[in-house]
Design a binder for this molecule. Structure first.
Ligand code: FES
Length: 102
């Protein structure tokens, strides 16, 4: 179990191991676009991970390729639908407040 803090609202939720960030964010009643429903093909669930990157699954090829195609991507970028909570450390993420991807 990891404590997930969602910025800018500062809302927190306990995210269980194996849960995607997208599922945890939606469970916290935060709005995040997810147009392809978690298939790593739309990029609309792009978020920044501010703390606890090691508490998430590594970026796989599909996610990496999609991130490469999105404007505004940085070293903290993840696709929320592809990042899985490992339960090893607490995580702080930032919703970007603008539509990413396609
Ligand atoms: S929901 Fe489409 S890439 Fe995450």
């Amino acid at each position: 179990m990891s404590l997930l803090t969602i910025m800018p609202s500062g809302k927190t939720i306990n995210a269980g191991e194996g849960m995607t960030l997208l599922a945890a964010i939606l469970a916290a009643d935060e709005a995040l676009a997810h147009k392809c429903d978690g298939k790593a093909s739309c990029g609309s669930c792009h978020i920044f991970v501010q703390e606890g990157r090691k508490g998430l699954s590594r970026i796989a090829k599909e996610e990496n390729e999609k991130l490469d195609a999105i404007v505004g991507v940085g070293s903290k970028s993840r696709l929320a639908c592809q990042a899985i909570v490992l339960g090893t450390e607490d995580i702080k993420i930032e919703l970007l407040g603008f539509g990413s991807g396609f």
